[in-house]
Design a protein around this ligand. Structure first.
Ligand SMILES: Cc1cc2nc3c(=O)[nH]c(=O)nc-3n(C[C@H](O)[C@H](O)[C@H](O)COP(=O)(O)OP(=O)(O)OC[C@H]3O[C@@H](n4cnc5c(N)ncnc54)[C@H](O)[C@@H]3O)c2cc1C
Length: 375
């Protein structure tokens, strides 16, 4: 299986990756049995609600079961597709792989120092549940990332982010196994090469590892971050004293509930396109022509543009193409209104990309990953 995102140059694997091996491959005897289901429908396992099947499907709760599942995939010549909640994928057709869900959802304190607490969290843990339970325990930092759907194991893949905060700010290490061999790997946060909606797991290690746990550094001392415009407005409007982590958590949950369509009612996978980052000259040219264009200066001097603004100005907000369309309230969200296929979704996405490029000369890149069907 190849790593597929749209409008992205193909990336190749680097031998550097082998240097992260920490232990020799395990012997393949004494493994627990794991149930492999065949031709399993993934319709209820992706938030776009696309009906596509997996050649093989397994749920694993222990490292032994994970090892057994990888043995089966190897023996049958199947690639492995780790799946969380399916909230950031597009299924373009049948998936010729062993789709693997991890059920383990433990949380363990592995280190403390001054105000810092390092948690090790298993990949199968629900992300929002982690944010909420950390807050309850007086471990702060993740509040701005409340209500992002999905699992902890998927969070490093695109370095999830929202309301001015990213996963990378808390990452200490990512634990994984190499899908082809079952060999354990441990990557430091630096080795993960986190960037805006990007990491090594979308590059050199794309579709090559199964993340089993992440180590996150949280703090017992609140560091409320509310400079992001939507939060700043929320707190200045209420005229409250500086917000506490609980206030930020509540505000983020409220904002998200009002702003984003619920996939259970309007199947979607969140923001469908990344915000494009362009050279300052290109941004200046566009602002000359479109004075209202929002732009955000990046640390490297380039300018991030708002994909939603570009898509709306290109006339796509609320547009439908058969069973799929662009949400009328949020131009970044592509919705499957019922019975839409992966091809329907990708055709609409291509049409949006083409028209934004024709109008603004900016190429949008898809955020979700594409699996199954023809490339
Ligand atoms: C309504 C909505 C709002 C959203 N808002 C945001 C937001 O604010 N910010 C943001 O960043 N994202 C957002 N997203 C996207 C999504 O929630 C995140 O990308 C999330 O991390 C995906 O988690 P998942 O478990 O559903 O991953 P999946 O969709 O199941 O998988 C996504 C990718 O990660 C890989 N993967 C999953 N688990 C593992 C693992 N254990 N090991 C290796 N690879 C793995 C998969 O193979 C796939 O390539 C939103 C999505 C929705 C539907």
């Amino acid at each position: 299986m190849k790593c597929r995102t749209r409008s992205t140059a193909a990336r190749t694997a680097s031998p550097r990756y082998w240097t992260w091996w920490k232990r020799p491959a395990r012997a393949c005897c004494g493994r627990s049995r794991v149930q492999i289901r065949r031709a399993e429908s993934l319709r209820s396992r992706n938030t776009l609600g696309i009906d596509a099947s997996a050649a093989a499907y397994a749920e694993v709760a222990t490292s032994q079961e994970l090892g057994s599942a990888l043995d089966v995939a190897r023996a049958e010549g199947l690639s492995v597709l780790p799946l969380g909640e399916g909230s950031n994928i597009v299924l373009a057709g049948p998936v010729p792989a062993l789709v693997l869900r991890q059920l383990r959802a433990d949380t363990e304190v592995i280190a403390t120092a001054d105000d810092d607490v390092v948690l090790r969290v298993s990949a199968g843990h629900d992300w929002h549940a982690l944010v909420a339970s950390s807050l309850e325990r007086g471990l702060y930092g993740l509040e701005n990332l409340a209500l992002i759907p999905g699992t902890v194991g998927a969070a490093p893949i695109q370095n999830i982010g929202a309301y001015g905060v990213e996963f990378a700010q808390f990452a200490v290490a990512v634990h994984a196994v190499e899908a082809a061999t079952g060999t354990p790997l441990e990557l430091s946060a630096q080795e993960c090469q986190f960037a805006y909606r990007d990491s090594i797991f979308k590059g050199e290690l794309c579709d090559r590892v199964v993340i089993t746990a992440v180590d996150l550094r949280l703090s017992t001392r609140p560091h409320p971050e509310y400079s992001y415009p939507a939060l700043a407005v929320e707190f200045s409007a209420r005229g409250v004293p500086p917000p506490q982590p609980r206030n930020i958590f509540d505000a983020v949950v409220n904002l998200r509930r009002h702003k984003l369509p619920d996939p259970a009612e309007e199947p979607n996978c969140g923001s469908f396109f990344k915000n494009p980052i362009v050279a300052p000259e290109k941004a200046a040219e566009l602002v000359g022509e479109y004075p209202g264009l929002p732009q955000y200066l990046q640390a490297d001097g380039r300018i991030k543009l708002a994909a939603a603004w570009l898509i709306e100005r290109a006339g796509w907000k609320g547009e439908r193409r058969g069973p799929v369309g662009i949400h009328p309230g949020h131009a970044l969200v592509l919705v499957n209104y019922g019975g839409g296929s992966g091809a329907d979704v990708l055709h609409l996405a291509d049409a949006v990309v083409e028209s934004v490029h024709a109008k603004f000369g900016v190429t949008l890149e898809m955020e979700p990953r594409v699996y199954g069907g023809a490339a």
